[in-house]
Structures are given as structure tokens and as C-alpha cells.
Design a protein around this ligand. Structure first.
Ligand SMILES: Cc1cc2nc3c(=O)[nH]c(=O)nc-3n(C[C@H](O)[C@H](O)[C@H](O)COP(=O)(O)OP(=O)(O)OC[C@H]3O[C@@H](n4cnc5c(N)ncnc54)[C@H](O)[C@@H]3O)c2cc1C
Length: 275
């Protein structure tokens, strides 16, 4: 389908993008890689009257060592996350999850900030962000800046805690060197979206475990985490993988099949993480 007509503005700075957002309010949408926004517009699920293109803000494309965490610019392409040596060293779960996003074309255009802002329950990157215990830096026009923890970020179906006029400028991932991790993605064909996926990150006997496509938002498998904290092994803890989830049924999988997959994949991810 053809999107509704829109005005196009290319931002040459973060400040310029934020001013455009402030000027046009909820009529405007940022476009980073455009790999989720444009399909939504073609389906007429999104119909902004102004597109603010931030895709060439090179200032927001970086991976930096920031002491106890990695700082990743929001415009960093999936491919650059996948291949960055700092991320391979300190956040291999994120590198692996990102390497599983779509195909090379998608990974060369799509951005980490766009993926997280889009807040799709079926996406891989948000699950890694949750499992790492990461956060995002959010800015608004006039200098306002805040840090939002991943746990507070995903609020509803394709909805996040970002407010009107706000933009993610940086993603922060605590360093996880030396700790176990596991990533599982079940799909029918390589490069497809996950039917169900799991990101697990071990930290001193406990773990953060996040699920893909098991509800309207990217979510933590809290009951699995609680079981591990109380001493359960991978097999025992994985039995709780579907507790508190609300997966939907579609052409790929029924609700029951998704719950079954969650238990199987969580067990595999936990075993890979060293439980
Ligand atoms: C064929 C295909 C296959 C795919 N397969 C997968 C997959 O297997 N796994 C997966 O996880 N993803 C997949 N994707 C999605 C892909 O990862 C997208 O790149 C990503 O979801 C969105 O990133 P983007 O930079 O393209 O964002 P855009 O499409 O430009 O933007 C997405 C949304 O985020 C907003 N936004 C963008 N940047 C910011 C920012 N910095 N601050 C605030 N809001 C912002 C936009 O306004 C828009 O609402 C696939 C996409 C395609 C087209």
C-alpha cells in the first residue's frame, strides 16, 4: 500500500530533530533506519504528517567504553552493534541477539535506538536490553534529559515510556564480562522474526531472563528469575517460563505452542548461561 502524504524534514543535529518534534507534536515521527516505520506507514498503521529523518546523525553512531557500562549511540546500525569488538567483549548476548535481527540488509539500515523505541514484542534487541539490565538516555527540546531503565520502558503494544517530543539518544548496557548468557530464537526460516525467543544473562547465581513474542510487550520471565534466585536448576526454573505471559495465537503458533516453546527455549538458554 502507499502511505498517506507527509512532509519530510532531514535533521542535521540532535537539537534540530528535537525542535522539529517539539514544533509538530504528535503529528511528527522520527525516522532512523525506517525499517519498522515505513512498513507501518504502508500498512497505514502509522500516518505521521511530518517525518523527521535522523538517519544521518553520525554523532549518534558510536560504541564507547564508559567504565562500568557500554554507551551505544541510538543511531548505531544493527550491523555495527553485531560486529563491535567492545560489544563482543562486554555484552556478547546483545551482539548475538543483534546478529539474529532479520537479514543483512535489515541490519545495515536498522538502528538499535529505532528497534528499542519501536517496542515490538517480537523484536530481538529489546529482549537483550532487558536481560542485560540496560537503560536508555532520552532527550527532549530545551535540554531535558532522563535515563529510563529497560524494565520501565515497554508499556504496551508498540508503546514505550517515551513521551511526546522525546528521543532516545543513547543505549547503556552494563558490562557483563565473565558471566554466562544464552540466546535462543525459534523461527521457521532463518532470518524470520522469532515465533518465540529468549535472552538470558547470569549474574552471581541469579539471572535476568527476557522473552520475545510472549505478550504485547517485550517482557521479563519474572517467575523463572525468582525460581533461580531460590536455587532451582535450569530444568526446574524453565517450567515457570510461561507464567505471567500472555502470548497471542497466529498463523505460526497457537498460545499453547508458544508456551511450550518458551519452556523449552528458556531451559536451553539457562543451560547455555551456565545454570
Ligand atoms: C524484513 C524485515 C525483517 C526484520 N526482522 C527483524 C527481526 O528478525 N528481529 C528484529 O528484532 N527486528 C526485525 N526487523 C526490524 C528492524 O530491526 C528495524 O530496523 C527496527 O525494528 C527499527 O529500527 P529502525 O532504525 O529501522 O527504526 P525506524 O523504522 O526508523 O523507527 C521505528 C520507530 O521508532 C521511532 N524511533 C526511531 N529512532 C528513534 C529514536 N532514536 N528515539 C525515539 N524514537 C525513535 C520511530 O519514530 C518509529 O516510531 C525487521 C525489519 C524488516 C523490514
Amino acid at each position: 500500500m502507499i502511505p498517506v502524504a507527509f512532509d519530510y524534514q532531514r535533521a542535521s543535529s540532535v537539537e534540530g530533530a528535537l525542535e522539529a518534534l517539539a514544533e509538530h507534536g504528535d503529528e511528527a515521527k522520527l525516522m532512523a533506519g525506517g525499517h519498522s516505520l515505513l512498513p507501518m506507514m504502508k500498512l497505514r498503521l502509522a500516518y505521521p504528517s511530518v517525518i523527521v529523518d535522523i538517519g544521518r546523525l553520525e554523532d549518534l553512531s558510536y560504541v564507547r567504553d564508559a567504565g562500568d557500562h557500554l554507551a551505544i549511540g541510538a543511531l548505531t546500525r544493527h550491523r555495527d552493534v553485531e560486529t563491535a569488538s567492545l560489544i563482543a567483549e562486554h555484552a556478547p548476548l546483545l551482539a548475538t541477539a543483534t546478529a539474529n535481527v532479520g537479514d543483512p540488509q535489515v541490519r545495515h539500515r536498522g538502528t538499535i535506538g529505532g528497534s528499542i523505541a519501536h517496542a515490538d514484542a517480537a523484536a530481538d534487541t529489546p529482549s537483550a536490553l532487558l536481560a542485560h539490565g540496560g537503560s536508555v538516555v532520552v532527550r527532549a527540546a530545551g535540554g531535558g534529559e532522563r535515563v529510563v531503565d529497560a524494565t520501565d520502558l515497554f508499556t504496551g503494544f508498540l508503546e514505550s515510556a517515551l513521551e511526546e517530543g522525546e528521543m532516545i539518544t543513547e543505549v547503556r548496557i552494563p558490562k557483563a564480562t565473565g558471566m554466562g548468557w544464552g540466546f535462543e530464537k525459534f523461527n521457521r526460516r532463518a532470518q524470520d522474526w522469532a515465533i518465540v525467543g529468549v535472552s538470558a544473562q547470569r549474574a552471581n547465581g541469579s539471572a535476568r531472563v527476557a522473552l520475545v513474542n510472549m505478550g504485547p510487550t517485550p517482557l521479563r520471565a519474572s517467575e523463572v528469575e525468582n525460581a533461580l534466585a531460590q536455587g532451582a536448576n535450569a530444568t526446574e526454573a524453565a517450567e515457570y517460563a510461561a507464567d505471567g505471559t500472555a502470548p497471542s495465537s497466529d498463523l505460526n503458533a497457537s498460545v499453547e505452542y508458544r508456551k511450550h516453546l518458551a519452556r523449552v527455549l528458556v531451559k536451553r538458554a539457562l543451560m547455555a548461561a551456565g545454570f
